[in-house]
Design a protein around this ligand. Structure first.
Ligand code: SF4
Length: 301
């Protein structure tokens, strides 16, 4: 973090002196910790997924539903020992995995906390829940510590990344990251009770007007493997943060727009396609200032 290159932005700054483009300084800041039941079904068996939402984010998506913590970097500073204690608590609460949400910019500290937690008995699968904007060098640091990778592939071209997430190379970097992870961790594996224990899932949030270029996303994944589980999400919420001037982006996703993407995924032959209800946007739009950020899910932190 003294010449930070943890994400593809490669700011090169000393985060002890000033925060990077992700909004993160030197200290580990956590927006919330919850037992999450809203992830894909194999990820929420048992009590649910033990989700730790980190504050700040290398991307600045104009429609981000987690804006309170991702853009404004609100949260609580934790030591690595404190985070390790929460990870063990999530295991004791019956969670089926540890779900690290937007961990990229705190990777060294989280990895240290994981090592401390493992020394205290943590033995759950650990999942990187990432925007997909990752460098291969950083992903390699998680080898042997993370087992599941829930990776966004937000756009099917760089222009959409420039327009909606404020980076010029999202499509290039995210494709490299996903190709690397597919090679490194392979397909999703479940235990005897249907809980995910290792492997890759790729998520794509369909934007209104197909502005995320979903067909290009699916076709790219087809070139890697039809065994990659794809999670096609409908939860775009036009009422959260979008302040631009594109009329499409000011309305919800239309049923036909979502349906045509699902049909394309099935036609292409993907073996596993996770889908959402079309009314998912309100259920998945958290309020991190509330004691119950997701519907009836009470926060642990
Ligand atoms: S993690 Fe943050 S400071 Fe580091 S390169 Fe990325 S945006 Fe810049």
């Amino acid at each position: 973090m003294t010449g930070c290159s943890l994400c593809p932005r490669r700011c090169g700054i000393d985060r002890a002196v000033s925060p990077g483009a992700c909004g993160a300084g030197e200290e580990l800041v956590v927006g919330s910790i919850v037992i999450h039941r809203g992830e894909e079904p194999p990820l929420v068996k048992g009590a649910g997924s033990g989700a730790v939402f980190f504050s700040g984010c290398p991307l600045k998506c104009v429609y981000c539903q987690n804006r309170q913590i991702s853009h404004e970097a609100a949260g609580k500073i934790l030591s690595e020992e404190e985070l390790a204690g929460y990870l063990v608590l999530l295991q004791e609460s019956g969670c089926s995995n540890i779900n690290l949400v937007s961990p990229t910019h705190f990777a060294p500290r989280i990895i240290h906390a994981l090592d401390l937690a493992v020394a205290k008995g943590l033995n759950l699968p650990v999942m990187l829940n990432s925007s997909g904007y990752e460098s291969i060098e950083s992903l390699k640091c998680w080898a042997g510590r993370a087992h599941l990778y829930l990776m966004d592939l937000k756009y099917g071209d760089n222009e959409a990344g420039r327009m909606f997430s404020r980076v010029s190379d999202y499509w290039d970097r995210a494709r490299e990251a996903i190709a690397y992870l597919w090679e490194a961790v392979g397909p999703l594996r479940l235990d005897g009770e249907g809980r995910a224990v290792s492997g890759l899932i790729v998520r794509h949030l369909v934007l209104p007007g197909m502005r995320s270029n979903p067909f290009a996303v699916l076709e790219f994944l087809t070139g890697l493997s039809l065994e990659i589980p794809v999670s096609i999400m409908s939860q775009y919420n036009p009422h959260t943060t979008y302040t631009g001037d594109m009329p499409d982006m000011k309305r919800p996703l239309l049923p036909d727009e979502y349906q045509v993407v699902l049909e394309r995924a099935v036609d292409l032959g993907f073996s596993t396609v996770f889908v959402q209800d079309l009314d998912a946007s309100s259920a998945y739009t958290p309020d991190f200032q509330s004691e119950v950020p997701f519907g009836d899910i009470r926060r642990i932190l």
